[in-house]
Design a protein around this ligand. Sequence first.
Ligand SMILES: Nc1ncnc2c1ncn2[C@@H]1O[C@H](COP(=O)(O)OP(=O)(O)O)[C@@H](O)[C@H]1O
Ligand SMILES: [Mg+2]
Length: 246
Amino acid sequence: MNDPIIQLDDVTTIHEGSTHPTIQNISLKINRGEFVIVGGPNGAGKTTLLETIAGRLPIISGTVLVCGFDVVHHGPQIRKKLGYVIQNFDFDPYTPFTVEEVLLMGRYGLLGFCKRPGSDDFTAVEQSLTQMGIISLRKSHIGRLSGGQQQKVLIAHNLAKKPDVLLLDEPFSNLDLTTREHVCDVLCRIADAGVTIVMVSHAFDALPARGVRAVVMKSGKIVLNKVIPPEQVQDTVRHISNDTNA
Ligand SMILES: Nc1ncnc2c1ncn2[C@@H]1O[C@H](COP(=O)(O)OP(=O)(O)O)[C@@H](O)[C@H]1O
Ligand SMILES: [Mg+2]
């Protein structure tokens, strides 16, 4: 299978206000339907890689294509096809939105200008709440939930978008083991249905029963990029991450 849905060519990006590029001369091709695990030590540039794919950072050289669109010039088109579960979120306790409203916001980008959500949108919201096991929270205010519950809502928000590509940045950091396994199963099913998943994670509780692309980063560079059987992911990523010569 060779059908790139994400393609970075010799990309260097910089954070605003920073004097040094955060990731440098990165090239990476991810095919449609791949399950990608991004590993590496703290500060390696994993979050920056996802922000770059999502078009959130200034690109100082190279090109980034997602779903065939250049992220610099076609942000709105890409945002319709891309889900992004960010690493650090912080909801004020008084955030005036219910869980259901947060999920509906995931659908607004798909609607036309000034259009109101219809039955497809409410169905997608309901399906995502059910998938994540949080239907009972639908009327709760997001700011009043625990960190783990908020994390599940953010994942559900992105599932409701029905994205072609789903980026997840340490999505298990607030979740207990049982919930983590449940979320892993949901992600595997989505991947098996053809959604491309790029996940920064140190947890390897469940992976799809097929090849997984392991990408390991260090000091803003990719030091491993290889499709391997799921049972080898944990050892491979840990070994390369800890290898001081890599
Ligand atoms: N907003 C920012 N401004 C300046 N530098 C940043 C910013 N965010 C991250 N960095 C720097 O970029 C590097 C990579 O960070 P990051 O991508 O968050 O690493 P990781 O996700 O692998 O832990 C780190 O050196 C970090 O200090
Ligand atoms: Mg990070």
